[in-house]
Design a protein around this ligand. Structure first.
Ligand code: PMP
Length: 304
């Protein structure tokens, strides 16, 4: 990914893609404390628009606050910079990756004395779990790794180091031939995927785990809002894995994964083993929303 043309915003300026490097003694590289976002921009009739830019940028600042990292720019500047990166790379639709990290002035567990840096890259990225996954659903395996405990990691933050847990889970599931992992919390209840929130549908109602151990996903929030607007009851509660085996439909949500149906969990078909009608309805509305075709959700889009 490093060797390509294009521009990356780094510490206040657009620079050539290949020049956006860091030193090997970068604190974040050694200890994992850095925060980032995943954001998507979509093509609309009025031009390219970023989905929920303010919410993503606010979550980046919240993540930094949780770790006492002071991003040396204000929210508006970071929002403007993301728009600038999409424009500078002439991208019609893309994924954006803002990342704040601790610099290389000083080694040691204490981060004090290091500068905080910020970069923003953007590139085209198709369906994270595949186009076929979006249409037909994916096969998921419950992980042997638990999701973060609230007093071990601070899960309201989207932090670099947390993804070791995600990689372990995803690696294990994909090595066994599944598409993605489902992680349980430390009490054994359903938490989330390695990079997605999870939902189930049962008797026309939608359920999703509360936010104790999973990321406060922005797509999750969009789905909750859209479902309620469609008149579907949504309940946030603890979910067990056997409850999920016996549900009618299940799906993952995320900026990268968008809305991806789950057709199988631990070798048990979910419902009839294909995308269910409520999942399809939400997917179709979601893709209309991001493409600017749903006027009631226009406030979620920021033209670049
Ligand atoms: N959980 C995890 C662990 C994630 O990495 C992501 C992706 N950011 C999500 C959930 C979904 O969050 P969002 O919808 O904000 O992308």
């Amino acid at each position: 990914m490093a060797d390509r043309d294009g521009k990356i915003w780094k510490d206040g300026a657009l620079i050539d893609w290949r020049d956006a490097t860091v030193h090997v003694l970068t604190h974040t590289l050694h200890y994992g404390m850095g925060v980032f976002e995943g954001v998507r921009a979509y093509k609309t009739d009025e031009g390219t628009a970023i989905f929920r830019l303010r919410e993503h940028t606010q979550r980046l600042f919240n993540s930094a606050k949780i770790f006492q990292m002071t991003i040396p720019y204000d929210l508006e500047t970071v929002m403007a910079a993301q728009r600038e990166v999409v424009r500078a790379n002439n991208l019609e639709s893309c994924y954006l990756r803002p990342l704040a990290w601790i610099g290389s002035e000083k080694m040691g567990v204490s981060a004090r004395g290091n500068t905080i840096h910020l970069s923003i890259a953007a590139w085209p990225w198709g369906a994270y779990l595949g186009e076929e996954g979006i249409a037909k659903g994916i096969r998921v395996k419950t992980s042997s790794f638990s999701r973060h405990h609230v007093n071990v990691s601070l899960v309201r933050a989207k932090a670099c180091g947390y993804y070791i847990n995600s990689i372990l889970a995803n690696q294990e599931a994909t090595a066994d031939g599944y598409d993605e992992a489902l992680l349980l919390d430390t009490d054994g209840y359903v938490s989330e995927g390695s990079g997605e929130n999870v939902f189930i549908v049962k008797n026309g109602k939608i359920y999703t785990p509360d936010l104790a151990s999973c990321l406060d996903g922005i797509t999750r929030d969009a789905v909750l809002t859209m479902a309620r607007d469609l008149g579907i009851e949504v309940i946030e509660k603890r979910i067990t894995r056997d409850e999920m085996y016996c549900c009618d439909e299940a799906f993952f949500t995320g900026t990268a994964a968008e809305i991806t149906p789950i057709r199988e969990l631990d070798n048990r078909e979910i419902g009839p083993g294909r995308r269910g009608p409520i999942t399809e309805k939400l997917q179709s509305l979601f893709f209309d929303v991001v493409a600017g075709k749903a006027p009631q959700y226009k406030h979620w889009l920021t033209l670049v």
